[in-house]
Design a protein around this ligand. Structure first.
Ligand SMILES: Nc1nc2c(ncn2[C@@H]2O[C@H](COP(=O)(O)OP(=O)(O)O)[C@@H](O)[C@H]2O)c(=O)[nH]1
Ligand SMILES: Nc1ncnc2c1ncn2[C@@H]1O[C@H](COP(=O)(O)OP(=O)(O)O)[C@@H](O)[C@H]1O
Length: 205
């Protein structure tokens, strides 16, 4: 049977805007056809993070082998560490008609856009730069140097938001989630899957 390919959904935006929080909220609800792609990284696990759930934690050498062997759909070096999307999982889901959700930084999202222009690209934006900084500070996972580094990168990333299909403001987590759900629903309708089914039915008539 010919299965319609799934939708590749890319959520991106500056560090600290709430990508992880919004993604976890989205996945805490029932998602019939949405699958999260777990990234590989050379970053050390934070307290409470679990290998194989939050990330696939790798040594630099292992990550570089993945790059060399084309095991990554995209990868980026971000504030001193590598992050990348294992390609096999994404391809397998899409070919089975499942929607795949990537939560990645901006350089990586733009790489995916080049390879998969049919993807759905969503930029999560903070209500303001000062709110972004206080979210990073309040999260308490970064030293002052790293915070300044992330804010510097964030400003560069925000300038790239027009390259995305949609910009979603993360004022409240539940608002951002409902906007993202609406966008996914609308995208499925836009891609005309139902009309393709009808065309087949009409051919049989
Ligand atoms: N390009 C790319 N970026 C990723 C990937 N996985 C995570 N990231 C991004 O890397 C950045 C740093 O992630 P992390 O160290 O977990 O910090 P946090 O997201 O700011 O809490 C974030 O913007 C993530 O969205 C990936 O597979 N590829
Ligand atoms: N809508 C929101 N309002 C207030 N705080 C938020 C919101 N979304 C996320 N946060 C908080 O901001 C901080 C950064 O969120 P996180 O999900 O780690 O961001 P990212 O994954 O984009 O780096 C966390 O402390 C989180 O609880």
């Amino acid at each position: 049977m010919n299965v319609e390919r799934g939708l590749l959904i890319v959520l991106s935006g500056p560090s600290g805007v709430g990508k992880g929080t919004v993604r976890k909220a989205l996945f805490s609800e029932e998602n019939n056809n949405l699958y999260y792609s777990i990234s590989a990284t050379t970053r050390k696990p934070r307290e409470g993070e679990v290998d194989g759930i939050d990330y696939l934690f790798k040594e630099r050498e292992d990550f570089e082998n993945m790059i060399e062997n084309n095991k990554l759909l995209e990868w980026a070096e971000y504030v001193g560490n590598y992050y990348g999307t294992p390609v096999d999982y994404v391809e397998k889901c899409l070919s089975e008609g499942k929607d795949v959700f990537l939560e990645i930084e901006v350089q990586g999202a733009l790489q995916v856009k080049k390879a998969f222009s049919e993807g759905l690209f969503i930029f999560l934006a903070p209500p303001s730069l000062s709110e972004l900084k206080s979210r990073i500070v309040n999260r308490g996972t970064e030293t002052e140097d790293l915070i300044n580094n992330r804010m510097r990168v964030a400003k560069e990333e925000i300038e790239l938001m027009d390259a995305y299909d949609y910009v979603v403001e993360n004022d409240k987590v539940e608002n951002a989630c409902s906007r993202i759900r609406s966008i996914i629903t609308a995208e499925h309708c836009r891609r005309d899957r139902i009309s393709a089914r009808y065309k087949k039915m009409l051919e049989v008539e």
